[in-house]
Design a protein around this ligand. Structure first.
Ligand code: HEC
Length: 134
């Protein structure tokens, strides 16, 4: 019973309908396979590839703290799927749009505005949000 209540509260907290299921475990697995080579297994930007990159991979644990305490959902989604023009204009950061195609999902930006993306990216976001440090 208590379990059910906390799940309900979690669902309300995310503020989206029942279709939005963010799976941190799945996101963590995707992170390890696709992102850790550059951003590091601990996400601080010290992955094995970091040494050969001219532009250093970002510390992904500080996305929130470096954005005034608000997780920059929209920027992160667009970096990953390649909609951010920085990515298409020669950032070393690969474009994952095709890779992470899947069931469409909407996620809410801090402003409350929905951003369309895919289920794997929503899971990745859940993982990234879970590792933020102050
Ligand atoms: C080939 C190396 C490489 C891989 C693999 C990689 N990245 Fe990056 N990433 C970078 C580099 C370098 C930067 C910093 C330069 C830039 O912002 O263009 C960056 C920047 C970012 C940013 C921008 C941070 C900010 O402050 O806006 C995000 C978010 C990000 N990466 C997430 C990911 C995620 C999630 C994955 C896995 C799906 C991933 N990256 C895989 C190299 C990589």
């Amino acid at each position: 019973m208590r379990m059910k209540t906390s799940l309900l509260i979690a669902a309300l907290f995310v503020g989206a309908g029942p279709t939005l299921a963010q799976d941190i475990e799945v996101g963590s697995g995707l992170y390890r396979v696709h992102c850790a080579t550059c951003h590091g297994i601990d996400a601080t930007g010290q992955g094995p590839m970091a040494g050969v990159l001219v532009i250093k991979p970002a510390n992904l644990k500080r996305l929130k703290s470096e954005n005034g305490g608000v997780f920059p959902t929209e920027r992160v989604v667009k970096r990953i799927d390649g909609r951010d023009p920085l990515v298409s204009h020669g950032s070393p950061m690969p474009v994952y749009g095709h890779f992470f195609e899947g069931r469409d999902q909407a996620i809410k930006a801090p402003s409350g505005q929905p951003i369309m993306t895919s289920e794997p990216i929503v899971d990745l976001l859940a993982y990234l949000q879970s590792i933020q440090v102050e």
